[in-house]
Design a binder for this molecule. Sequence first.
Ligand SMILES: O=C(COP(=O)(O)O)[C@H](O)[C@H](O)COP(=O)(O)O
Length: 315
Amino acid sequence: MPIEEVEETAEAIETMEIRGAATIAGAAAAALESQAAASEATDPEAFEAELRAAARTLYQTRPTAVSLPNALRFVLQDLEGATVEELRETVLTRTRKFRADLEHAQERLGRIGANRLRDGDVIMTHCHSTDALATVEHAVDAGKDIEAIVKETRPRNQGHITAQRLRELGVPVTLIVDSAAHRYLNDVDHVLVGADSIAADGSVINKIGTSGLAVNARDRGTPIVVAAQTIKLHPGTLTGHTVEIEMRAESEVISKADREKIGEITVKNPAFDVTPPRHVDAIITERGQYPPESIVSLMRELYGDVDEEPWAEPN
Ligand SMILES: O=C(COP(=O)(O)O)[C@H](O)[C@H](O)COP(=O)(O)O
């Protein structure tokens, strides 16, 4: 049984109190760290079994952001240690490194992404991405004036979080409903979004509505920039796996009362969609800027082919 803190983190990820791919990954690593620190296992097998159970609990929360399994894999792959204490030390060292790397990567990505933004540029955002905001923050720190048109991002309105963060940076914000995006793209220099997963062919999986925004941006000739640390690269897609798109509750879309008033309908609430590489101009990572079609080489270099899940129950 995982400790209470792991259960609480899993619940917070499921209910989206903790959300966004990078934040989810950091929280999952922190939960494994707590599990390792608190473990009272007396033999290495029991310790590893506890860690695997904790990882499974975290893994089952949301399916689309690959940063979550990438974090779990980073911590649990090929665990080394002959005693519980050695294993504990390995896990604690890895979870701390993972969390520190996460911060450094976002900082570096932000500096690289900021080079694309010029003084006076207007960006359009969708959802709330800490990686995307890191690029704006660095541009602002470099003295550039940036303005933002922020899509509200139905049904969960993550655009409100983006608007608030941008205001904290002193960026002037115009909030629009999602369907107004095409109308305002003429005023925009870059569409700037994050990613939950990036597939080997360079497809970008991000908040539902990203692909429609990208099509509109292409129509208007506005460049589409994706800010995504390399923990968003989905190594499973190298071996033919697809990225699962999370379907969320109907209640996020329509109230029970409204639904009953309308009569018999089907409601669908996919949380993410897939933007093909031809609609993406650049993917900004902490390792540099990549055209989407060439991201596969970075994916192979960093992850190789990974098919196993180190948190699976041993046969
Ligand atoms: O789509 C979302 C969040 O979806 P949700 O709100 O459903 O979790 C974000 O664009 C990415 O996760 C990137 O975020 P970050 O750059 O912070 O990792």
